[in-house]
Design a binder for this molecule. Structure first.
Ligand SMILES: *Cc1c(COP(=O)(O)O)cnc(C)c1O
Length: 839
C-alpha cells in the first residue's frame, strides 16, 4: 500500500495546511438591494481602488461580479460538502468546448436576484443593462456543441445532479468576426486580457501530463510485469474553477477548466551552458497547448497541437477524478464503476478511454481485465454528426511520437475487440476491417469514433432521426454487435437563459397567465393554448414581439449601421456557416425576391428583413465565399431605392450567445434549412421556437420532433427527405432542374452574369460550379422550388396577423419538450443513473 501511494503523489508546489475550522462557517450573505449596493461600494472602492472619477464600466462590472461571486462561493462550498457526505455517484462531462456567454446575467437569474441587483445599482446611479454590457462573452466554443455543454451544465445544477464539467481554459477563444468589403476578417479574442472575476485558480490540484518518450517494461517486487512511460516531456495542468449555479435551489456545481504551463525544471545543462533562451523556450511550448481554440465546427484538420489539447484535457481530468477517489475511498476501486461516469461530448475527448486504462494499470497497478472492467462500464459517448469530414482520424505515426504508451493500449484494445468480432462473425474479414479501431492504408490511422464505441457502455445520437441514421448507416456494424449500447437523447436548451433572461417581456406575460412553474417545468407552457382565442392576450403577445423586434433593430443599427423597419417580416438565419446548413439556398431565395420586384411581380407583397449571422472556419474557403456573396447581394439590394419598401438584407457580424439573446426574441421566421440527413439536431431551432418564431425547415434533425409537437399547420416544411436525398444522389442533374424552372433560371442568370460582382471578376464561380455540379452533396438546386413555394405560404400567412400570432403562441406553447432539463433527465435515467442531492 505505501508503495502505491508514492507512485501517485500529486505534483506539489504549495505547502498545505489545515484550515482553521471555526473560520469556515460564516453567516449567509445578504441578498437585498441594500446589501448588494453596500457590498458593491466596498468592492468598487476598497478592493478595486476606484472612485467617483472612474468612468469605465469595466470596473463597475467587476465590482458587481465580485459581489455575486461571494454569494455563489457560499453555496458552492455547501454543495461540495453535500456531495462528499452523501458519497453519491458523480458524472464528469468531458468537452473540448463550452459556450456559456455572459456569466453575470446567469448568476443573477439563477440566484433569483435580478430585481434586487437592478434596484441596488439604480440607487447608486447605474443602469444594470449598461453595466452588464461590459462583460465579454466567454467564447470557448464554436457553436452548437459548445453551447449544448453550457445548457447541460445549467440543467444538471438545476436538477441538483452531481455533475462536474471538464474543459480547457483557452487563452484565446473564438475569433471576433468583422466584415470588411463584404469579407470575413478574423480578429483574435483575448478574452482574459482584463482578468476574469468568475474563475478561481486552484494550483493545489495541479497535475502533470506526459508527452513523447517511450514505453518501458519492468518487473514489480511480486514478479508481475508492469509498463511505465519514460523519458517524457511533461506539462503542468492547473485547474480554474467556474461556479455553475442551479436555478434558485442552493446547488452550485463546478466547471473545471485546465490551463497548461511549463514545469519548473529548466534544462539546467543548457542553462549553465549559457543557453538561457533555449531553456525558456520549453516554457512557451508548454503554454501553447491551451493558447487557442481551433475555430473548426464539424470538421477536423489533424493538427498535432489539437491532439495534444485533447490528451491534455483527458489526462488532467482523469487524474483529478482518481485523486479525488483515493482521497474519499482509498485505493479500493471495487465500487469505482458504480460511483463514476464519464460523458464524452463527441470524440474530441475519446482518448480518455485509453488514458483511464493507462492510469489504472501503470499508476494504480491493476491487471488488464480489472482496468477494462472499470473503463468500459464508466465511459459513455455522444455522437454529434454523420458528416465524414468530422470523423476524427489520427495518424498512428503521430500517436507513436506523441503518446507511445497510449498507442500500445489502443492496439491491445483493438486486438481483443477484433477477436470478439471474429468469434461473432467467423471468417468475415471485411467486417473486421470495417470495424477495426486502426484503419489501414498507406498511412495507418486511429478511428476515434470506433475507439469511443468499443470502450463505452452507451453511445447516443442527439435527435431521433440522427440516432436512426447512426444505427442504420455509419455505426451499423457496431449496432449489430451491441444493440443495447445505442440510444437517443434529443438535444434541448435551457429555458432560464433562452426564454427567462432573453425575453423578459414575454416571460412576464407567460408568468402572469400560467404562473412561474414553466421555468423549471417547461411542458407547463401547454397551458398557453387556453389563450389563443383571447383577443387581449393575442394583442399583448403581438405588442411584445414588436417590442423585441425593435430591440433587434437597435442591435442591427449598432452592429452594421443599417436601419430596419419593425413592421417587416423578420426572416432570420443565424448559425455557423457551412455548406450543409445551406445559407446558399436562403440567398438564392433572396435573389429570387429581388428579381420579382424588378420585374414588377409585386402584388400583395410582404416586406421582409432577411438577417444572416454566423462565422466561417478560417480555412473554409467555400463558407467564406458564401458570406461574401450574401454581403454583395445585400449591398446591391439595400442600395436600390426601389427595393426599400420590399426587401432589406443584413449580415450582422460576430454572431454570439449574447447576440442570440436579442435575435431569437425578435425573430418572426426561423430558417432551419439544412440538407435532410445532415444536421444532427440543431438547437438554434429550439431557441427560436420557445420565443414564438415560426420555423421554415427541412425534415432534418430535431425539426422533425418540433413538427410533431406543434403540428404541421403551425410551421412550414419543404424539401426532400433524408431518404429522398439518398436516392436522388445516384442521378442528380441540377442543370436539368434549372432549365425547367423559369424563376430559378433567372436567379442563376443573375449570378452568372456577374450582377452581384461587377468589379470582382469571377469571384463567385466556385459557388456557381458547386450548385450546378451533379455531385453537389448539399443538393441545393433540388430544394429550390419547394423552398420558394413554402416561402410564398409564409408571406401569405404573415399578412394575416391574427393567424400568425396564433401560430406564434402555439409554437411557444408546444416547445416544452425542448428544455435541456428533459434531455438531462433522460441522460440521468438511462445512462448516468444518479440520485439528485439536495443542498
Ligand atoms: C444555439 C447556438 C448555436 C447553434 O445553432 P444551430 O442553428 O443549431 O447550428 C451556435 N452558436 C450560438 C452562439 C448559439 O447560441
Amino acid at each position: 500500500m505505501e508503495k502505491r501511494k508514492e507512485l501517485i503523489l500529486p505534483y506539489k508546489t504549495l505547502k498545505q495546511s489545515k484550515p482553521v475550522s471555526t473560520l469556515t462557517e460564516l453567516p449567509p450573505l445578504g441578498m437585498s438591494a441594500k446589501d448588494i449596493g453596500e457590498e458593491y461600494r466596498r468592492y468598487f472602492s476598497d478592493t478595486l481602488g476606484r472612485d467617483k472619477h472612474c468612468r469605465l464600466l469595466h470596473y463597475s462590472y467587476n465590482a458587481l461580479a465580485l459581489v455575486l461571486r461571494d454569494r455563489l462561493l457560499e453555496r458552492w462550498k455547501k454543495t461540495r460538502y453535500a456531495y462528499h457526505e452523501s458519497k453519491c455517484k458523480c458524472t464528469y462531462y468531458l468537452s473540448m468546448e463550452y459556450l456559456p456567454g455572459r456569466t453575470l446575467s446567469n448568476a443573477m437569474v439563477n440566484l433569483g436576484i435580478v430585481d434586487e441587483v437592478s434596484h441596488g445599482m439604480q440607487e447608486l446611479g447605474y443602469v444594470l443593462e449598461e453595466v452588464s454590457e461590459a462583460e465579454h462573452d466567454a467564447g470557448l466554443g464554436n457553436g452548437g456543441l459548445g453551447r449544448l455543454a453550457a445548457c447541460f451544465l445549467d440543467s444538471c445544477a438545476t436538477l441538483q445532479l452531481p455533475v462536474v464539467g471538464y474543459g480547457i481554459r483557452y487563452e484565446y477563444g473564438m475569433f471576433r468576426q468583422c466584415i470588411e468589403n463584404g469579407e470575413q476578417v478574423e480578429e483574435p479574442d483575448r478574452w482574459l486580457r482584463y482578468g476574469n472575476p468568475w474563475e478561481l485558480e486552484r494550483p493545489e490540484y495541479m497535475c502533470r501530463v506526459h508527452f513523447g518518450g517511450r514505453t518501458e517494461f519492468y518487473r514489480g517486487e511480486d514478479g508481475r510485469l508492469f509498463a511505465r512511460w519514460v523519458n517524457t516531456q511533461d506539462v503542468l495542468a492547473t485547474p480554474y474553477d467556474i461556479a455553475i449555479p442551479g436555478y434558485r435551489n442552493g446547488t452550485v456545481n463546478t466547471l473545471r477548466l485546465w490551463s497548461s504551463s511549463a514545469t519548473d525544471e529548466f534544462n539546467l545543462g543548457e542553462f549553465n551552458a549559457g543557453s538561457y533562451p533555449e531553456s525558456v523556450a520549453a516554457k512557451s511550448a508548454a503554454e501553447y497547448i491551451t493558447m487557442v481554440l481551433y475555430p473548426n465546427d464539424v470538421s477536423e484538420n489533424g493538427k498535432v497541437l489539437r491532439l495534444k489539447q485533447q490528451y491534455f484535457l483527458a489526462s488532467a481530468s482523469l487524474q483529478d477524478v482518481l485523486r479525488h477517489w483515493v482521497r474519499l475511498y482509498g485505493y479500493d476501486f471495487s465500487e469505482f464503476a458504480e460511483k463514476n461516469c464519464f460523458q464524452m461530448n463527441d470524440t474530441h475527448p475519446a482518448i480518455a478511454t485509453a488514458e483511464l486504462m493507462r492510469l489504472l494499470m501503470d499508476e494504480y497497478r491493476m491487471e488488464w481485465d480489472e482496468a477494462w472492467d472499470i473503463t468500459h462500464n464508466v465511459m459513455a459517448y455522444t455522437n454529434h454528426t454523420l458528416l465524414s469530414e468530422a470523423l476524427e482520424k489520427w495518424p498512428v505515426r503521430m500517436f507513436r511520437e506523441l503518446l507511445p504508451r497510449l498507442l500500445d493500449i489502443i492496439y491491445e484494445i483493438n486486438a481483443r475487440f477484433i477477436s470478439e468480432v471474429a468469434r461473432r462473425w467467423p471468417g468475415d474479414i471485411e467486417r473486421q476491417m470495417r470495424m477495426s479501431i486502426i484503419g489501414d492504408g498507406n498511412e495507418p490511422y486511429a478511428r476515434m469514433a470506433h475507439l469511443a464505441i468499443v470502450c463505452s457502455f452507451s453511445v447516443n445520437g442527439v435527435a431521433a432521426l440522427h440516432t436512426k441514421l447512426l444505427t442504420e448507416g455509419l455505426f451499423r456494424d457496431f449496432y449489430e454487435l451491441w444493440p443495447e449500447k445505442f440510444n437517443n437523447k434529443t438535444n434541448g436548451v435551457t429555458p432560464r437563459r433562452w426564454l427567462g433572461w432573453a425575453n423578459p417581456a414575454l416571460s412576464s406575460l407567460i408568468t402572469e397567465k400560467i404562473g412561474n412553474g414553466w421555468i423549471t417545468d417547461l411542458p407547463q407552457l401547454h397551458l398557453l393554448k387556453n389563450y389563443v382565442n383571447d383577443k387581449e392576450f393575442c394583442l399583448r403577445w403581438r405588442e411584445i414581439k414588436m417590442h423585441n423586434k425593435k430591440r433587434l433593430a437597435a442591435l442591427i443599427k449598432q452592429g452594421c449601421g443599417i436601419v430596419v423597419d419593425a413592421f417587416a417580416l423578420y426572416d432570420v438565419q443565424v448559425k455557423r456557416f457551412h455548406e450543409y446548413k445551406r445559407q446558399l439556398l436562403n440567398i438564392l431565395h433572396v435573389v429570387h425576391l429581388y428579381d420579382r420586384v424588378k420585374r414588377g411581380d409585386d402584388a400583395n407583397w410582404t416586406p421582409r428583413l432577411i438577417l444572416f449571422g454566423g462565422k466561417a472556419a478560417s480555412g473554409y474557403f467555400m463558407a467564406k465565399t458564401i458570406i461574401k456573396l450574401i454581403n454583395n447581394v445585400a449591398e446591391v439590394i439595400n442600395a436600390d431605392p426601389k427595393m426599400h419598401e420590399y426587401l432589406k438584407v443584413v449580415f450582422l457580424p460576430n454572431y454570439s450567445v449574447t447576440a442570440m439573446e436579442i435575435i431569437a426574441p425578435g425573430t418572426d421566421l426561423s430558417e432551419q434549412i439544412s440538407t435532410a440527413g445532415k444536421e444532427a439536431s440543431g438547437t438554434g431551432n429550439m431557441k427560436f421556437m420557445m420565443n414564438g418564431a415560426i420555423t421554415i425547415g427541412t425534415l432534418d434533425g430535431a425539426n422533425i420532433e418540433i413538427r410533431k409537437e406543434v403540428g404541421d399547420e403551425n410551421l412550414f416544411f419543404f424539401g426532400l427527405t433524408a431518404e429522398e436525398v439518398f436516392q436522388l444522389r445516384k442521378n442528380y442533374n441540377p442543370d436539368a432542374i434549372i432549365h425547367t424552372d423559369e424563376d430559378l433560371l433567372r436567379v442563376m442568370q443573375l449570378l452568372t452574369s456577374g450582377h452581384f460582382n461587377q468589379f470582382e471578376y469571377k469571384i463567385f464561380d466556385s459557388i456557381i460550379h458547386s450548385l450546378t455540379s451533379p455531385n453537389d452533396p448539399w443538393m441545393t438546386i433540388a430544394d429550390f422550388r419547394s423552398y420558394v413555394n413554402a416561402q410564398k405560404k409564409v408571406a401569405e400567412a404573415y399578412r394575416d396577423q391574427n393567424k400568425w400570432t396564433r401560430m406564434s403562441i402555439l409554437n411557444t406553447a408546444c416547445s416544452g419538450k425542448f428544455s435541456s432539463d428533459r434531455t438531462i433527465e433522460e441522460y440521468n435515467n438511462e445512462i448516468w443513473k444518479m440520485s439528485p442531492v439536495p443542498v
